[in-house]
Design a protein around this ligand. Structure first.
Ligand code: ADP
Length: 643
């Protein structure tokens, strides 16, 4: 018993509030200085007296007595606010916040004077008790009242809270934050502290306020914000991770040089993660090995040992084989780490992360720290995301390189085709030029021969000579058309202003034998414009289109050709319309190709006319197309720019 009294004394001797301890019989065994100095000396000594007697000398109501009895019978702690009698025996009168609970074999009463304000609040005691926020009343930090919400946070019985200092429950930082509580008065303040509870650390925050007329007494309203703080931390981490991914994404797309991109990205990852060394392996699928392409913060001898790793070997090899990251917390002890050199250099933590595209593994990123830096699960998540980004980018760069290669090959092929085309054009031009004179000569001699020797030849012989003459004429037309085509392509463009009406009048005169032979009619719109273009080429366009319109006449009707014009924006649109055999849709594009002949018609031709037209127009910046209904007729439209 003596020991227990001593224990109480050591705990409460210097307490800033009144303390009194008594035994099971209600006999007082100890009072502290604060209580002694608040009582009239005539009531002394307390020790040895019955507490029940004493109570009646200075208290108004009998609730304290009832609570004391119950405490002794049931060990149930209590906390009440009682009012003292205005008696000369009590120096300070007013409201006292009294807490009673069992300590060892003794019972302890803690009494703390309260201001009128708090006393009034005592009427709302149930409200305070049931408040969802923790409410504490403290004297210089020593807790003289705590509601259920605070007990719930601390997860210990109220007896382990009352009489203790709030400073005992917090860490160094918390003690710093709560330091104003040690003073007599201070401004109201708001703070957040971490408290050690029975089951771990919780974060509470709230306001601390001093009670005006009770120096040293403060009231705190606290709320458990552990979840909120955790969430905030998680959000902050997520924000940081997003920013990191953003930075890395920018670096990843900064170039199409794979090694440059990987080197920069690795350096950035190490910087963001605050880790010293790293290297990246790319997978050679054919040989099933990983090859180190970039590194940072490692010496040449280590690099040499990591240059090539078989899939399945070591940590990187296992990551490549399994596609899952490997994190090593204690590298010096982990048998999976093969590199003795790395271990000798004091590697602490290590992470090996797959670099994966949507479809396949591209490589492995390895990072490690020689210091105390640990790789947390959050770090691991970030690294995995970065690995996926890297995978997509590497795949894109590879695709880009492949496309570039193909484009280059195509460009080479196109150059070759252009070169061959030019050679061919030259050949055609030279050959037709060289052929023209001999053909003209053959035709001339053939005609003369027919005139002089016709009556000496048998009908069969005459037929043969006529066939020679016919073929000769066709060849002459063919060669002449080829020469025209070549001229249309190569002759210098000569722009002049001329009346299209004049051009048509002239060329219709030239075509009159054909018009007469086909019994056709050509109607030209009256208001044909004056245009600025190459007169020779325009003449070639009209000549070819009108002679075709006459040539491809319908067997049932004589050809009727109409030439029209309209101005649309900056373009002259001319049309040549006929009522001939028409052109099936599938030929509409090809008829402008050289040597292409659409129909199995019996009309003679070379298949060069429309290519001359197309070429002539394209040299002048114009275009041509056809609309046609087989059996009814065709209309060719062509454009010539106004300027
Ligand atoms: P060619 O008349 O010597 O065969 P073109 O290049 O002038 O060569 O014409 C190509 C083909 O287009 C012709 O063979 C013919 O089938 C078709 N074609 C051209 N103009 C007409 C037309 N006005 N009506 C019907 N078919 C035409």
């Amino acid at each position: 018993m003596k020991d227990h009294t001593e224990n109480v004394r050591t705990v409460f001797e210097k307490a800033p509030f009144a303390v009194c301890a008594f035994d099971r019989s209600g006999t007082v065994v100890y009072i502290n200085k604060v209580l002694e100095s608040n009582m009239d000396p005539s009531t002394m000594p307390f020790v040895g007296k019955s507490l029940y007697e004493l109570i009646h000398t200075f208290l108004v109501d009998d609730r304290l007595e009832k609570n004391l009895k119950r405490l002794i019978e049931t060990n149930k702690p209590f906390n009440i606010v009682v009012e003292t009698l205005s008696s000369p025996k009590v120096k300070a009168s007013g409201f006292i916040n009294i807490t009673g609970y069992k300590v060892d074999s003794l019972y302890v009463l803690i009494g703390d004077f309260m201001s009128g304000g708090v006393a009034r609040e005592s009427r709302y005691r149930t409200l305070i008790e049931d408040a969802p926020d923790a409410i504490l009343i403290m004297n210089h930090g020593f807790i003289t009242f705590a509601n259920q919400a605070f007990v719930d946070i601390m997860q210990v019985p109220i007896t382990e809270i009352l009489g203790r200092s709030l400073f005992d429950f917090v860490d160094e930082q918390g003690r710093e934050a709560l330091s104003p509580l040690r003073r007599k008065t201070a401004r109201k303040f708001f703070t957040q502290v971490t408290v050690n509870t029975k089951t771990g650390q919780r974060v509470v925050e709230g306001s601390f306020q001093f009670i005006e007329d009770r120096p040293g007494t403060s009231l705190a309203m606290l709320r458990d914000v552990t979840e909120k703080v955790l969430l905030q931390k998680r959000l902050m981490r997520q924000n940081q991770d997003l920013a990191a991914i953003n930075t890395i994404s920018k670096t990843l797309s900064s170039s199409v040089d794979l090694v440059e991109v990987l080197q920069k990205t690795l350096e950035q990852v190490l910087q963001i993660m605050n880790i010293e060394m790293g290297f990246i392996h790319l997978l050679d699928e054919r040989k099933n090995v990983l090859r180190c392409v970039v590194s940072h913060g490692i010496t040449d001898d280590i690099l040499e040992s990591l240059r090539e790793i078989r899939v399945g070997d070591g940590i990187a090899g296992r990551v490549a084989a399994g596609g899952k990251p490997i994190i090593i917390e204690n590298a010096s002890m982990d048998p999976r780490l093969h590199s003795i050199t790395l271990r000798q250099k004091g590697l602490q933590s290590y992470a090996s992360i797959p670099i994966q595209s949507r479809t396949r593994l591209m490589g492995v990123m390895n990072i490690g720290s020689f210091g105390q830096r640990r790789i947390s699960p959050e770090d691991e998540r970030l690294l995995i995301t970065i690995g996926v980004h890297m995978g997509a980018v590497i795949e894109n760069i590879e695709l880009f390189q492949e496309v570039s290669r193909t484009t280059e090959e195509l460009r080479d092929a196109l150059d070759l085709i252009r070169q061959r085309n030019e050679e061919l054009r030259q050949l055609v031009s030279t050959v037709s030029h060289d052929l023209k004179n001999p053909i003209v000569a053959i035709n001339g001699f053939c005609e003369r021969f027919m005139k002089t020797a016709a009556n000496k030849l048998s009908p069969k012989e005459l037929q043969y000579v006529e066939a020679i003459r016919e073929s000769g004429r066709h060849m002459e037309e063919f060669v002449s058309n080829l020469l025209t085509l070549s001229a249309v392509e190569n002759l210098k463009l000569k722009k002049e202003e001329f009346s299209t009406r004049d051009v048509l009048d002239d060329l219709l005169k030239d075509l009159s034998p054909l018009i007469d032979a086909t019994q056709g009619r050509v109607i030209v719109e009256r208001d044909l414009p004056t245009i600025k273009a190459d007169r020779l080429r325009v003449t070639q366009v009209f000549t070819n289109l009108i002679s075709n319109a006459l040539k491809y006449a319908h067997p049932d009707r004589p050809p009727m050709v109409e030439v029209g014009h309209q101005l649309q924006g900056n373009q002259h649109i001319f049309s040549v319309k006929d009522n001939g055999i028409g052109i099936p849709e599938e030929h509409h594009r090809s008829i402008f190709d050289i040597f292409y002949r659409a129909s199995d018609n019996h009309v003679e031709g070379t298949g060069i006319g429309l290519s001359i037209v197309k070429k002539a127009l394209s040299v002048m910046g114009g275009d041509i197309w056809v609309k046609s209904q087989p059996g009814k007729g065709s209309t060719f439209y062509f454009t010539i720019p106004k300027e």
